[in-house]
Write a protein that binds this ligand. Structure first.
Ligand code: FAD
Length: 434
């Protein structure tokens, strides 16, 4: 029987759940507090250049994200990205690039032909992967990544494992969960060669999935309501009443698909859900800072993604190559990303520019004048992905009330794929409960 389902939160998890439930024949309304859909992966400028709340990088292993993008906008899982084979390029003298070979030869070749890393160190990296494979990538889940990497050579840690850990888990290696890291390595570095590809968006993040998803929902009998905050919810017999800032609505079932910090006030008022709210209150968060800058002359990047590891790891994305809609002819727009906690959180614009230029000179020599277009620091970009973390499943003790979001139980860290998988899983759980 067709049900009316309310989803609180129009981020990638809420929209993924909405698409799945609409496909199953239900009528869904997504309530989004913000002006635009997308949550922590959205466009934040009203006029060009269309910049995001943070530069995102996806990988070929993001199976569910790519599947849903393709469903709501055929062709977008290809046209929405610039796809690069795994590339870790450090102008300080290290280069690791996977050639287009079938798996696992692409990775073996990436390591064996890596520049700036000794042969013994390459063998140590291969031995590390083999030892993980022997235990099916399921290590002791109390270990941190730093503890697990203790016997790896310094160069392999600095240029391979640590950047992958910080990029994927957004958590410093000293705090990061090794079992989640092992799962990321399994999904991206094993299986088909395309799993390890880097996918850099060619459009702003709202246009990548949230807006096509909203159009698809409308065409298929569901809808999204932006600028609509749900302030509380009440159970009225067999239905759920959502209290909005300007009225009330009623649904048969409800999914809370907000970030954990916004799920807490909704859950703690509900008998039976307080324990989940209290546990979510103990989650810790990690920031991500992105600086969008424009050089006043073109720069010729060898590859659209460059990295530096010391003292603060920075990754620079060449948006001229990846985002045809950004920048003017004769300039070069870049996005510079610093993941996780660190001293950069205290930098002002001038310090950022000094730090970026100091590194960029290593790659390009003399630099043209530059100006900052926008600096965005998301203080709670992701949860801190530590060992033994509490991650609730999609159900709650209350009938007809579910939760989705990148923080719910699942193999992935706080990522777009984690959010989308949570939304899809939550929709399946809701359908089974009917
Ligand atoms: C700067 C930055 C960089 C990142 N980089 C990457 C990356 O490179 N690769 C990657 O895979 N992941 C990355 N992530 C992580 C990824 O963006 C998140 O994991 C994902 O977007 C989380 O989606 P979500 O749906 O779980 O939650 P959210 O995106 O937080 O969505 C929740 C939505 O609920 C809305 N909401 C909250 N309360 C209410 C309410 N009461 N009523 C109505 N609406 C409400 C919010 O406005 C929001 O839109 C990054 C995140 C950030 C912030």
């Amino acid at each position: 029987m067709k049900q009316s389902i309310g989803i609180i939160g129009g981020g990638w998890s809420g929209l993924a759940a909405a698409v799945e439930l609409t496909l199953a024949g239900h009528e869904v309304t997504v309530y989004e507090a913000g002006k635009l859909l997308g949550g922590r992966a959205r466009c934040i400028t009203a006029a060009p250049p269309l910049l995001d709340n943070g530069q995102h990088l996806l990988v070929g292993a993001y199976r569910e994200t790519l599947r849903l993008m393709e469903l709501v906008e055929p062709g977008s899982s290809r046209s929405g990205f610039k796809r690069l084979p795994l590339t870790l390029e450090y102008p300080e003298g290290v280069s690791i690039r996977a050639p287009r070979l079938p798996a696992p030869f692409h990775l073996a070749a990436a390591l064996l032909f890596a520049q700036g890393i000794s042969f013994d160190d390459k063998l140590a990296a291969i031995r590390f992967m083999r030892s993980l494979k022997k235990i099916n990538f399921m290590p002791d889940n109390s270990l941190t990544v730093a503890e697990a990497l203790a016997n790896q050579p310094v160069a392999i840690r600095r240029y391979l494992w640590e950047p992958i850990c910080v990029a994927a888990l957004n958590t410093p290696v000293e705090k990061a969960s090794f079992s989640v890291f092992a799962r990321v390595l399994k999904d991206s570095l094993t299986g088909s060669a395309g799993n390890s590809d880097f996918l850099i968006p060619t459009r702003d993040l709202s246009a990548l999935f949230p807006e096509p998803a909203a159009d698809w929902l409308t065409e298929n009998g569901s809808r999204t309501r932006t600028r609509t905050r749900v302030t509380s919810l009440q159970n009225t017999g067999k239905k759920w009443k959502l209290i909005l800032e300007d009225g009330e609505v009623t649904h048969d079932k409800v999914i809370i698909a907000t970030a954990p910090v916004h799920a807490i006030p909704l859950l703690e008022q509900l008998v039976g859900c307080r324990e989940i709210a209290v546990k979510l209150g103990a989650l810790e968060y990690q920031p991500i800072a992105t600086v969008y800058a424009s050089y006043l002359e073109p720069l010729w990047f060898k590859t659209p993604l460059l990295g530096w590891v010391d003292p603060v790891p920075l990754f620079v994305f060449d948006l001229d190559t990846c985002r045809p809609d950004i920048g003017e002819d004769g300039t070069c727009t870049v996005a510079v990303v610093a993941s996780a906690e660190g001293e950069h959180l205290d930098w002002d614009d001038a310090r950022w520019m000094d730090e970026i230029n100091r590194r960029m000179r290593q790659a390009f020599g003399q630099l043209p004048p530059v100006r900052i277009l926008k600096r965005v620091t998301e203080k709670r970009a992701t949860f801190s992905c530590t060992p033994g973390l509490y991650r609730p499943d999609n159900t709650t003790p209350r009938d007809g009330l579910f939760i989705a979001g990148d923080y719910t139980a699942g193999p992935y860290p706080s990522t777009l794929e984690g959010a989308v998988r949570s939304g899809v899983q939550c929709a399946k759980t809701l359908l089974q409960s009917s």
